[in-house]
Design a protein around this ligand. Structure first.
Ligand SMILES: Nc1ncnc2c1ncn2[C@@H]1O[C@H](COP(=O)(O)OP(=O)(O)OP(=O)(O)O)[C@@H](O)[C@H]1O
Ligand code: NI
Length: 384
């Protein structure tokens, strides 16, 4: 059985117009996220991973701008709501959320899309208890669910109030749900924990609480941006396991952003490798581990201890990630100057997206389609 894609981003372009010049943070990115998928987005610092996540959430702010592309989100009730609205693009079961109003995007953040951010300390207000803050997120979701248009409650104010943490009325029901959520993310004694303040939580516990908060809206899509990097290895592993558990319990789709291919290998089903604002390789995780195609992916694999179990000698990729300044980019492979296999043409023209088979893409002139192309069905079965 083929699975539907819950999200299809096409040719995304996101730029920052800074005093130093135009930064092409995301340049022509496609993302395919399947229902119940855990998709890893992996790449070195500054490759555009977080900007991609923020773009899907609708959180790019000045001097940043989404300069092109489409983000198709599969949601029947959203299609029904906007089908007759000429300003919104719909296509069968999908809505291009980039054509929605700011208010509609905010509503999506409250009930369909959640993001767990890089810095756990920034996710909670130190002056309220953890339970109170999660209950508030639940309350917002509850009111939205009671009223599908959301407008009668002054939705803008409602959502802004959760962002600014000014006090919202929180029902007993929402408080109970907050405790349930804390239990769901594996905190022991959740009732007690709910009454504590963020500073009373350890790093790992805080990470779990953040996840609980993100789950308050029962989202379709969860974007987790480096949820583990600040934590020690054992706790990292526990959180990844928890993410996988929660995925199974809730059936949501997860996009996991990380610079660690070991994390991806452990937690993800598909992986997109990002370099200099582009997806340079995309495939099923097993395929990437068995037959990485792009020289950058192979370089990443040699720099990660979890994967090279037999060979603990790590070889970081030499050289630096490009600046992404528009003036310095141009038509060539952005990895060419660090690539051990680069040919003359790599410095002279942009590499094509080569499809090795229906589910494996590599943006490299060296890539060649499989001799006997594997059908999507074979991959699907092989991957379950
Ligand atoms: N607010 C901003 N203003 C200017 N440039 C920005 C802004 N936010 C991001 N960028 C630039 O966009 C590019 C991509 O950044 P992004 O944060 O997406 O990288 P990343 O892959 O998430 O890196 P990391 O692993 O360090 O989090 C970088 O060159 C960054 O400097
Ligand atoms: Ni980032």
């Amino acid at each position: 059985m083929t699975r539907e894609k819950i999200l299809k981003a096409r040719d995304l372009k996101v730029r920052f117009y800074t005093d130093e010049g135009q930064v092409n943070a995301v340049e022509g990115v496609d993302i395919d996220l399947y229902e119940t998928d855990v998709l890893g987005i992996v790449g070195e610092s500054g490759s555009g991973k977080s900007v991609t996540g923020l773009t899907i959430m609708g959180l790019i702010e000045s001097p940043g701008r989404v300069d092109g592309g489409e983000i198709w989100y599969r949601n029947q009730s959203l299609v029904a709501e906007y089908e007759s609205d000429p300003s919104v693009e719909t296509d069968g079961d999908y809505v291009d959320i980039l054509t929605l109003s700011d208010e509609a995007r905010r509503r999506l953040r409250a009930r369909s899309f959640s993001m767990v951010f890089q810095d756990p300390m920034e996710s909670f207000d130190p002056s309220y208890t953890v339970g109170e803050q999660i209950a508030e997120a639940v309350e917002v979701q509850r009111r939205l669910a009671d009223d599908t248009s959301g407008r009668e409650y002054g939705l803008r104010e409602l959502i802004l109030s959760t962002v600014s943490n000014s006090y919202t009325f929180v029902s007993e029901q929402s408080r109970e749900r907050a405790v349930e959520l804390l239990e769901m993310v594996g905190l022991s004694d959740p009732e007690q924990r709910a009454q504590e303040y963020p500073h009373q939580f350890s790093g790992g516990m805080l990470q779990r609480a953040i996840l609980a908060q993100a789950l308050a809206a029962d989202p379709d899509i969860l974007i987790a941006d480096e949820p583990t990097s600040a934590l020690d290895v054992t706790i990292q592993a526990q959180i990844l396991e928890l993410l996988a558990d929660i995925q199974e319990q809730t059936d949501m789709s997860i996009m996991l952003i990380t610079h660690n291919l070991g994390v991806v290998a452990r937690a993800c089903e598909h992986v997109g490798v990002m370099y200099a604002g582009e997806i340079v390789e995309y495939a099923h995780i097993e395929r990437i581990l068995d037959e990485p195609e792009h020289p950058y992916t192979r370089g990443l694999m040699q720099s990660v201890p979890d994967i090279q179990v037999d060979d603990q000698q790590l070889r970081p990729i030499s050289g630096n990630v490009p600046s992404l300044m528009d003036a310095e980019m141009g038509d060539h492979c952005y990895f060419a100057d660090r690539c051990p296999e680069a040919k003359d043409e790599c410095f002279a023209e942009k590499p094509p997206d080569v499809m090795l088979n229906d589910e494996h893409m590599s943006k490299c002139v060296l890539a060649e389609p499989d001799a006997q192309s594997i059908t999507p069905d074979t991959i699907e079965q092989g991957g379950e």
